[in-house]
Design a protein around this ligand. Structure first.
Ligand SMILES: [Zn+2]
Length: 488
């Protein structure tokens, strides 16, 4: 493109460009036209185009949150404040086996309630939900997965057993519909009751429509504690059988007796990567969060209650303190609080660092957006990485961290035309101050926007100005294989 013909809706000038490839930062400008990157680097500015001052700031591709539970939140809170305020421009939904669709049901079992209140579950087909997102778009783009647990709950009366032939066929049909409607793959969560009775062959059987398609198989493993290795081997087998990429979700080693074993599990992932496509995601905190469960509470050094229907005054408090107040042991207290959610401090920070540093690790918040007292990861994952792992501990270079948040995730999920600062790519962009950018959300005060993210654009429209969200809702439901070729 010659300088004289360049047009732009706006230009970010004088920024440190970190392009998402993992390559070194360079100084330069970037021009945006019609939602796409029109020029990057050094070019003559077209007359009259507004200029955003990028001096002293980093301009990077918008961050891709590789692991979310935002399926319903996108519709209920389309400004997506917790996400855009930390630089996120695309969310991968439907993880851990639980997607909002396809399921229209007045009552929903745990853990589906992690996605929000039951009235959100009103989409009997996957397309009904993606259509709703297209009719009332959110501020961020969506990469949707469909959950195997959701399919089970939609099809089976009794989820405490393996699915029979007819039920498997019915689930396959729902999956086929979801893939035709644009799902990027399937997730499973055999850790959770509605899917824990599903044997390996049921998953392979149900997921057969993935064969021959570019989708991923993302899994919350059956076991993240003592029996993690067989659980990983099961996932790798399923990936090979289906011929698709395995995404190890929120990779972790739970419980003190498993601390340090990330050496073993990462070695297994590296060896597997030599023969089949695999990757993983994680967040930077040493605590996890899900429904309140006895096994998790017993593995954790500390458990905090994030919500409770049975005993709402437990919200935000230490589980040990609540047990003492009720005069109950852990099992009886869980029964009293149920249904409930919790944060569990059960990871070793050294494992978290080691997992983060692995070259196939992407960044996924795994946040639970409707929790009254959520894990701070929903509001702070990406800025926490930039503060703690890049600036304070120097575990990762800024370029490497941004690659995990952008180009790597785009490559692993097959998100075309995003994740890099490249001419012709969609203009999902984040501008921030690398010296001051920081998370603010903490375990005691988790609902707080990050500081230091100065501007965020999605498809060329500004959705965050450093203090508040914009009026625009430019997010798109992305489709697998959405090619750049339309413009190239
Ligand atoms: Zn999970």
């Amino acid at each position: 493109m010659t300088a004289s013909r360049l047009q732009a809706d706006f230009i970010v000038a004088g920024a440190t460009l970190i392009d998402g490839s993992g390559g070194p930062a360079r100084q330069g400008d970037l021009a945006v036209l019609d939602g796409r990157i029109a020029a990057v680097g050094a070019f003559e500015h077209p007359a009259g185009a507004p200029v955003v001052d990028g001096r002293g700031r980093v301009l990077a591709p918008g961050f891709i949150d590789s692991h979310t539970h935002d399926d319903g939140y996108l519709l209920a809170h389309p400004d997506m404040l917790p996400k855009v305020s930390q630089g996120i421009t695309t969310v991968v939904t439907g993880n851990c086996g639980i997607s909002l669709a396809p399921l229209a049901r007045a009552e929903i079992p745990q853990p589906l309630d992690l996605l929000g209140p039951a009235p959100l579950f009103r989409y009997g087909t996957f397309r009904a939900w993606t259509d709703a997102l297209r009719d009332t778009p959110a501020a961020v783009n969506v990469v949707p997965l469909v959950g195997h647990t959701t399919l089970r709950v939609a099809v089976m009366e009794d989820t405490s057993r393996a699915a029979d032939g007819g039920e498997r066929a019915a689930m396959r049909e729902l999956l086929e519909e979801a893939l035709d409607a644009g799902a990027f793959g399937v997730s499973t969560g055999t850790f959770y009751p509605p899917a824990s009775a599903a044997p390996t062959d049921e998953i392979i059987d149900v997921c057969a429509p993935l064969r021959g398609r570019p989708g991923v198989y993302a899994t919350h493993l059956r076991d993240e504690a003592d029996h993690i290795v067989p659980a990983m081997e099961e996932a790798l087998l399923i990936g090979r059988e289906l011929g698709c990429r395995v995404v190890f979700s929120h990779h972790k080693l739970a419980g003190e007796r498993n601390h340090g074993r990330s050496r073993e599990t990462l070695d297994l992932i590296s060896r597997a990567a030599a023969t089949q496509p695999v990757c993983l995601d994680c967040h930077p905190y040493p605590a996890t969060s899900t429904m309140l469960r006895l096994d998790r509470a017993r593995l954790a050094s500390r458990t905090m209650i994030t919500w409770s229907k049975g005993y709402p005054q437990a919200t935000g408090r230490d589980f040990g303190e609540v047990m003492a107040e009720l005069g109950l042991d852990d099992e009886a207290a869980i029964a009293r609080l149920a249904p409930a959610g919790a944060i569990y401090f059960l990871m070793d920070p050294a494992d978290v660092n080691r997992i983060f540093a692995h070259p196939l690790t992407m960044v996924g918040s795994d946040g639970l957006p409707f929790d009254p007292h959520p894990h701070p990861r929903q509001w702070g994952t990406f800025t926490n990485v930039l503060r703690t792992l890049v600036r304070e501990r120097r575990l990762l270079s800024l370029e490497a961290a941004i690659h995990k948040m952008t180009g790597l995730a785009a490559d692993q999920y097959g998100i075309a035309g995003r994740g890099r600062l490249r001419e012709g790519y969609h203009a999902d962009l984040v501008l921030f101050d690398p010296a001051t950018v920081t998370d603010v959300a903490t375990f005691s005060a988790p609902i707080q926007a990050s500081h230091g993210i100065q501007a965020v654009w999605v498809n060329g429209k500004r959705v965050w100005d450093g203090e508040r969200t914009g009026a625009e809702r430019p997010g798109q439901v992305l489709a697998p294989g959405d090619a750049l070729s339309r413009s190239e």
